[in-house]
Design a protein around this ligand. Structure first.
Ligand code: BGC
Length: 494
């Protein structure tokens, strides 16, 4: 009898050894491009070298360093201005198909205006672009990733409608000098984050606190300026240069905290204010700001005693001029958040217009980012399906997704995050017919993380910021990305 029970021992051993999780092999669609990215102020350094002008981030980090968690700045950052070879080497080693970088406006136009073009700046980006191409990596350029010339900020920056001319003139210089080799252009990175943090709460440069007013002026001018540059490229450069151009929108997925009607409408409000406000004017059939956003801001403005809505109005000509001005939906996605209505809505502010609270499920006192940066693959899938149905099934280029660490080479959590997000993307392509064309790992290397300074790191490569060499050391996630680009598949363990 006891003999018949002998099988129990190996079985128990198997259970002990086995983590009993399911393993799925995910193969990437052959036309899904994999890349990585950075932005100028976060990596270049050389803030005043070779004729570069002062940007709003130079000014804010120098004069208001208290706004940065560790009081640091991007004066040297990753020193990428002097390390093209090192950067291109590590990009090449990852085996990625493209590299998204941004151009520093003041490195090209030190005064902000095209009357003075800085040859050293043109040389730097030419060298970067050519080195990438030589290694078989497609360069993708962001025209504006938050580093406005200080000279233009002194004239009002994105709150001044003249920014449409300034931005168009700057973009023209880029198309003229680099357009023969850049086949994908991003006009503006993340209107919501830049307008809200820069012109409402003031935590980003230029640090302007104009709650509920500046933020909407900024959106309005960003959308108009973006459209100007789209039309300029489309009519003058695209026929010859044959590239694509579009905008980059960051949005989380918002899930109602419960199934109550109030929570559901909070989620819809949050979506319309975070994504719809920039996406609807460009990608929807009707154009213009979302109805809900126009209604809420107009109503609240009236109650607050403003003579008209704090959200400016587009003319009918502007609505049709802006509609359809993106060859792709550039998407940055980091998180899924549970939301419910905000309790108190007193005071003029964008956040009170939105009227939503985020439920911080996994809050941890020492890791303020932990509740935000979690991979929620089903949230990513829902987001992609929503983009498909709300915005006429555009080509989607995911231009950022990533998670921070506080200094480690063994970044397993980042590998798991990328695996989960990639799997969600692949299933949204195969199961739901979403047209995702590109997946970008944010970021190539640890860099200046805006208001967090060097406290949180998003890189595949780690940097020692206290040594002048700024040696780039691969983290475990760099090896993971290398294996994905090489094999075009990976194993998801759930
Ligand atoms: C920005 C990046 C930034 C990342 C992580 C994105 O919103 O585009 O510049 O590094 O978030 O915070």
């Amino acid at each position: 009898m006891w003999l018949t029970k002998l099988w129990v021992v190996p079985f128990a051993l198997f259970l002990y050894k086995c983590d009993c999780k399911s393993r799925t092999n995910i193969t990437l669609p052959s036309d899904l491009l994999i890349g990585t990215a950075s932005s100028a102020y976060q990596i270049e350094g050389a803030w005043n070298s070779d004729g570069k002008g002062e940007s709003i981030w130079d000014r804010m980090t120098h004069n208001m360093s208290f706004k940065i968690m560790d009081g640091s700045n991007g004066d040297v950052a990753c020193d990428s201005y002097h390390k093209i070879k090192e950067d291109v080497d590590i990009i090449h080693r990852l085996g990625v198909q493209f590299y998204r970088f941004s151009v520093s406006w003041t490195r090209i136009l030190p005064t902000g205006f095209p009357s003075k073009i800085n040859k050293a700046g043109i040389r730097y980006y030419n060298k970067l672009i050519n080195s990438l191409l030589k290694r078989g990596v497609m360069p993708i350029a962001t025209i504006y990733h938050w580093d406005l010339p200080q000279s233009l900020q002194d004239l009002g920056g994105w709150a001044n409608p003249l920014i449409q001319d300034w931005f168009e003139n700057y973009a023209k210089v880029l198309f003229e000098n680099f357009g023969d080799r850049i086949k994908v252009w991003i006009t503006v990175n993340e209107p919501r984050q830049m307008c809200s943090y820069s012109y409402s709460t003031g935590v980003y440069a230029p640090g302007i606190i104009s709650e509920g007013v500046g933020v909407y002026l900024c959106y309005h001018n960003v959308l108009r300026a973006h459209a100007r540059v789209y039309h300029l490229y489309n009519t003058t450069y695209k026929p010859l240069q044959k590239g694509k151009i579009g905008i980059n929108i960051e949005t989380s997925w918002f899930e109602p905290a419960t199934s109550s009607a109030a929570d559901k409408s909070a989620a819809e409000r949050m979506w319309q204010f975070e994504c719809g406000i920039s996406a609807h004017p460009i990608f929807s059939e009707k154009g213009d700001y979302p109805k809900l956003v126009k209604y809420v801001v107009a109503k609240r403005s009236k109650e607050e005693g403003f003579p008209r809505s704090r959200l400016p109005r587009f003319t009918p000509e502007e609505i049709s001029y802006i509609k359809g001005t993106s060859d792709f939906f550039g998407l940055n996605h980091y998180a899924t958040l549970k939301v419910r209505p905000k309790k108190s809505l007193k005071g003029v502010s964008e956040l009170n217009d939105i009227g939503v609270d985020v439920v911080k499920e996994y809050e941890n006192r020492n890791k303020t980012w932990s509740f935000y940066f979690r991979s929620v693959p089903w949230g990513f899938t829902k987001l992609l399906i929503n983009i498909k149905y709300r915005y006429q099934n555009p080509d989607v280029y995911i231009f950022e997704t990533g998670v921070p660490d506080e200094g480690t080479l063994d970044d397993k959590h980042r590998i798991n995050y990328f695996k989960a997000n990639l799997a969600a993307v692949v299933s949204s392509i195969r199961e739901d017919g979403v047209k995702v064309r590109a997946f970008t790992v944010w970021s190539l290397m640890d860099s200046f993380e805006w208001r967090s300074g060097y406290k949180y790191h998003f890189g595949l490569y780690s940097l020692n910021f206290s040594t002048p060499e700024r040696i780039r050391t691969p983290k475990a996630s760099a090896h993971f990305v290398r294996s994905v680009t090489k094999n075009r598949r990976f194993q998801l363990i759930q």
